[in-house]
Design a protein. Structure first.
Length: 240
């Protein structure tokens, strides 16, 4: 038990190590990984910002902004806790295997058991500012779990994961409409997001058996698949 607590505290100490932070900031490859985390977050949760907007719409304009602001703070805090704890636990092989299987199951569900529109319906929260804030916090955490777990399959560097998470939340709230427009124009992007999830899950599972793919190769594969989506879309459109 003492070893577990020491390991967790040692993991969180990375957050306060400025040398590690600067090494991340000045490494272009790290920013490429952070960019892929932001992109993945945007694709997975483009509609989540609209869900949160519906949840707070009964409040006054000023209180809507406050409720969403508190929601962002909660999302950042959740990522701080999840990344510090998760990067330690993910080193345990059976937890890593369970995470990989979950990501692969997510993709399988998307491909073979797509949800109906009724499943995506949102029930308005009861009136009351703090009850709404609590509902927004819970929804933020629910939205974050998949993207945080997928992030563990991309990198195990705490500051890379946290910066990707921070900018990912900003992306979800700030430019969600851009991603929604992009997905509406290129519907194949939704499938692309889950193809990326499948690859991340496979990479995580491979690492359980000590087979590791270099970050350069892995990032190149993700980038090729993402931009390949637009090529596929235009080919389909031309053939149609």
């Amino acid at each position: 038990m003492n070893e577990f607590i020491t390991g967790i505290l040692g993991n969180y100490s990375h957050f306060f190590n400025m040398a590690e932070f600067t090494s991340v900031v000045y490494n272009p490859m790290n920013w490429a990984i952070i960019g892929s985390l932001i992109l993945l977050e945007g694709l997975l949760s483009a509609d989540n910002a609209l869900v949160l907007a519906i949840m707070v719409k009964h409040l006054s304009k000023n209180r809507q902004k406050r409720a969403l602001f508190y929601g962002i703070l909660g999302a950042y805090l959740f990522r701080f806790v999840a990344i510090g704890l998760g990067t330690y636990l993910i080193k345990i092989w059976w937890i890593k295997a369970a995470g990989a299987l979950y990501l692969l199951w997510m993709s399988f569900q998307h491909y073979f058991y797509k949800k109906s529109g009724k499943d995506n319906a949102v029930t308005e929260t009861p009136h009351g500012f703090w009850r709404t804030v609590l509902a927004v916090e819970i929804m933020d955490i629910a939205f974050s779990i998949d993207s945080v777990l997928a992030a563990f399959g991309i990198s195990d560097h705490i500051w890379v994961l946290y910066l990707g998470g921070i900018f990912g939340v900003m992306m979800m709230r700030g430019v969600a409409q851009i991603f929604l427009t992009l997905i509406n124009k290129y519907p194949e992007l939704e499938t692309t997001a889950y193809i990326l999830i499948s690859i991340i899950g496979a990479k995580m599972m491979a690492s359980v058996f000590n087979y590791h793919v270099s970050q350069t190769v892995f990032f190149s594969i993700l980038l090729t698949i993402f931009f390949g989506t637009f090529v596929v879309h235009h080919c389909r459109k031309r053939n149609a």
